[in-house]
Design a protein. Structure first.
Length: 57
């Protein structure tokens, strides 16, 4: 099931766009920096599989 992209947030698209750089930093610091290169490769493979399945529906 894909997220509904029809919802609006107060402040419009500027709010999520402004938050994106900090979000990327936080994901890296709190998640990716703790994984080995092999784990990151495995995560990418898993993500690709999930995306392929979503795209077929």
């Amino acid at each position: 099931m894909r997220p509904d992209r029809g919802h609006r947030v107060p402040g419009g698209a500027d709010v999520p766009e402004a938050a994106a750089p900090q979000h990327v930093k936080d994901v890296r610091r709190l998640f990716l920096d703790h994984l080995s290169p092999g784990q990151i490769t495995l995560l990418a493979e898993i993500t690709d599989t999930v995306i392929e399945k979503l795209d077929t529906k």
